[in-house]
Design a protein around this ligand. Structure first.
Ligand SMILES: Cc1cc2nc3c(=O)[nH]c(=O)nc-3n(C[C@H](O)[C@H](O)[C@H](O)COP(=O)(O)O)c2cc1C
Length: 322
């Protein structure tokens, strides 16, 4: 009997981004794509264990598939987080082993974990043992200064796979600890080829590529080499660019909402969450990116006044804008 290979559903995902991909942004993004997997911003394991769980873990039911990203390196703590993620109904849990910021490093998580792949593997194993959720890892190619980059990445991937990692996401850059994430992005070159090569060594573990994927066409081309593509900043700055994901990558040709319809659908959500108005509106700034009304739209959102937004919407609808 042949065993059927499971279809990997995470062809496109929207990256975890601190302060950006909170539940409000994810709700908004779901109006644009029904299928892309959405990641939470990183939550530190100690905060989850000691802090206000509900506040940190609550999300809207519309957000599925949604994956909780956790920062931590204590296998027991990470196991507790995985258990909580399952209790809250997340679709998976992800370990941040790629963020180079010094703040994250001092908590011993993020890219510094690339120095101790055995510890990441221990976390994966404990998380798998404590919850039924798939456990994935997000990392970078290697730490800057690594002698044999490919060997280091192979070793990392091998250990986490053996521990039960269900999906490895690789940001196509090295990480330089103590440089800011922005410097890391601006000063370290992209290297997609190493990830393509990695995939050849891991036919059975889904591997996603991340880093500067700015168009769906580019995502499509990466998918000839890897299983998934994770998109970050452009999904935040120009969210409507994601509107064709469902048709192109998931063969779902449902009606696509116009920008105006999306804005209209956000109004009841904002009304329901009015105390978060100042958090929600910045996430919607990019909706009209590249259109003639973008400037006026942003000015309107900046007024932070729902009535102004409703008036703007009426004008848009009357003028049959995009
Ligand atoms: C504002 C911001 C916050 C980020 N926060 C996280 C985070 O919480 N966890 C993480 O793994 N990566 C984080 N990243 C990195 C992104 O997930 C992604 O790896 C990076 O932006 C490269 O993808 P892109 O070029 O498509 O943006 C963040 C990036 C940005 C711009």
């Amino acid at each position: 009997m042949t065993t059927k290979k499971q279809v990997f559903s995470e062809k496109i995902s929207i990256a975890p981004m601190l302060d950006w991909t909170d539940r409000h942004f994810r709700y908004f993004m779901r109006l644009i794509t029904h299928h892309a997997t959405l990641y939470t911003e990183m939550v530190a394991a100690p905060a989850l264990i000691l802090g206000k769980k509900d506040q940190l873990l609550q999300y809207n039911p519309e957000e599925h598939p949604v994956i909780l990203q956790v920062g931590g390196s204590d296998p027991k703590q990470m196991a507790l987080c995985a258990k909580m993620a399952a209790e809250y109904g997340y679709d998976g849990i992800n370990i941040n082993a790629g963020c180079p910021s010094s703040r994250v490093q001092s908590g011993h998580f993020g890219a510094v974990l690339m120095k101790t792949p055995e510890l990441v593997a221990d976390c994966v194993a404990e998380m798998k043992a404590s919850s039924p959720l798939p456990v994935s890892v997000k990392t970078r190619i290697a730490l800057e200064g690594t002698q044999d980059v490919f060997q280091a990445l192979l070793h990392f991937a091998d250990l986490v796979q053996q521990a039960g990692c269900s999906h490895l996401i690789v940001h196509a850059r090295k990480a330089k600890l103590n440089w800011s994430p922005e410097d890391n992005r601006k000063r370290l070159p992209l290297d997609y080829e190493t990830i393509y090569k990695l995939k050849k060594s891991f036919p059975d573990m889904p591997i996603s590529i991340n880093g500067n994927v700015l168009t769906l066409q580019a995502a499509y081309e990466h998918l000839f080499h890897v299983d998934g593509v994770m998109i970050g900043r452009v999904a935040y700055g120009n969210p409507y660019l994601m509107k064709d994901i469902d048709a192109l990558f998931y063969n779902d040709r449902h009606t696509i909402l116009s920008r105006t319809e999306i804005l209209e659908q956000m109004i009841p959500y904002i009304q329901k969450n009015e105390q978060y108005l100042n958090v929600i509106l910045p996430h919607m700034m990019g909706l009209f990116h590249g259109t003639s009304v973008s400037k006026l739209y942003k000015q309107t959102l900046n007024n932070r006044n729902l009535e102004d937004i409703i008036s703007f919407l009426s004008v848009l609808k009357a003028s049959q804008c995009p």
